[in-house]
Design a protein around this ligand. Structure first.
Ligand code: SF4
Ligand code: FES
Length: 251
């Protein structure tokens, strides 16, 4: 088992008002089998043992599901491995003696709370503005399988629903656009009959909230699709635009 000694350059910021700065740390004897977050745990144990403030970072599932472990690692959202969240990234992607730069996701709509933790409640507000469907909960709810759905549509809806709301698309985009996220959230409903009840207003409301939160526009660079850990297709942005247009015509 190979081990490595690393230099970490980490963004430290006490709170939203603090200016923040990069701070250097050393971690030694890091196993190549550790996850990136386990390496961060080792650093934090070191800091706690020496009486220093541990580095604040978000994490929950540690298996690529919750979308909370968002970090910019060596200039890339979620680090150097495609289709991988920070918690799924292993230290074997680095080598002994490396210097690793670790920063929070940066966007005006994602203000830093502390160190690597940003406030992504703007995503929650977008979701609340239209990311839901009307469901009969009377007790006579129809079995989902009773509604036949073309497999192609079901597959595309499932692909869109794979979005974990991590915000890598926003952090990567030079415009801080949230359109890949919003496109995925709209598409997962637009492709299914269950999503049609609110279809007229959904894209209108979610896009309006997205704009109100201060996210930028899409200029088709495709960077979001490249860095998305869940492989969300940019075609979802085109579907969002079609839904928006049809909503404005029908409305
Ligand atoms: S579209 Fe991809 S990068 Fe953007 S929030 Fe969803 S999973 Fe994260
Ligand atoms: S901790 Fe949940 S996706 Fe990484």
């Amino acid at each position: 088992m190979s081990e490595m000694n690393l230099t970490l350059k980490i963004w430290r910021q006490k709170n939203a008002a603090d200016k923040g700065k990069m701070v250097d740390y050393k971690v030694n004897s890091i196993s190549e089998h550790m996850s990136f977050l386990e390496m961060m745990d080792v650093l934090n144990e070191q800091l706690i043992n020496s009486g220093d403030d541990p580095v604040a970072f978000d994490h929950d599932c540690r298996e690529g599901i919750c979308g909370s472990c968002s970090m910019f690692i060596n200039g890339e959202a979620h680090g150097p491995v495609k289709g991988t969240t920070t918690c799924q990234l292993h230290m074997r992607s680095f080598k002994d003696g490396d210097t690793i730069y670790i920063e929070p996701f940066r966007a005006n709509a994602f203000p830093v709370i502390k160190d690597l933790v940003v406030n992504r409640s703007s995503f929650d507000r977008i979701q609340q503005s239209g990311g839901f469907i009307s469901v009969n909960t009377s007790g006579n709810t129809q079995d989902a399988n009773a509604t036949a759905i073309p497999k192609h549509d079901a597959d595309l809806a499932m692909d869109a629903a794979a979005c974990i709301g991590c915000g890598a698309c926003v952090a990567t985009c030079k415009n801080s656009s949230a359109m890949l996220f919003v496109g995925a959230k709209i598409s997962q409903y637009a492709l299914l009959p269950q999503g049609q009840v609110e279809a007229k207003d959904r894209a209108q409301n979610m896009v309006a909230q997205m704009d109100a939160e201060g996210f930028g526009n899409c200029t088709n660079t495709g960077a979001c699709e490249v860095e998305c850990p869940k492989g969300i297709s940019i075609s979802n942005i085109a579907r969002m635009n079609r839904e928006y247009l049809s909503g404005s015509i029908i409305g």
